[in-house]
Design a protein around this ligand. Structure first.
Ligand SMILES: [Zn+2]
Length: 135
């Protein structure tokens, strides 16, 4: 889903997007809490506004582009250290990747993976604190 950011005169300044980070592992286990916290922290790191829903899924609003959306989506699994429960996240990340021309996709994917890993490593303390609050 995308939406426009308009100036006072009603001109479209930029196109922003929203995404939902999912985890289908069931229940708010410790692993799931770390996964969701990874989405949350990565969403903020790429400039989005994020919110954790009462069901535990994380919404990101105002993602600046498709690569940022991929970073947000991959960070959950990276934070948790497992791809378990990441099927929807991965499918959504692949869909965002397909917005790029085929010749750019492998570069964008590698950059998004590296960025998600860097964010998770640099903000591990914040992710763990958030996860403790939610599990
Ligand atoms: Zn997820």
């Amino acid at each position: 889903m995308s939406f426009g950011v308009f100036d006072r005169d009603g001109n479209l300044r930029e196109e922003r997007r929203a995404a939902i980070g999912h985890f289908h592992g069931g229940g708010m286990s410790r692993t799931r809490a770390v996964h969701e916290a990874g989405h949350y922290v990565a969403g903020r790191a790429v400039g989005a506004s994020v919110a954790m829903r009462s069901d535990g899924n994380v919404d990101a609003f105002g993602l600046p582009n498709a690569q940022a959306q991929i970073v947000f989506l991959l960070a959950g699994g990276y934070a948790a250290g497992t791809g378990a429960g990441c099927g929807a996240d991965n499918a959504n990340a692949r869909a965002a990747l397909n917005e790029y021309p085929p010749a750019q996709r492998s570069r964008v994917w590698r950059q998004a993976q590296a960025q998600a890993r860097r964010i998770v490593a640099a903000r591990r303390g914040e992710i763990d604190r958030l996860a403790r609050r939610y599990s």
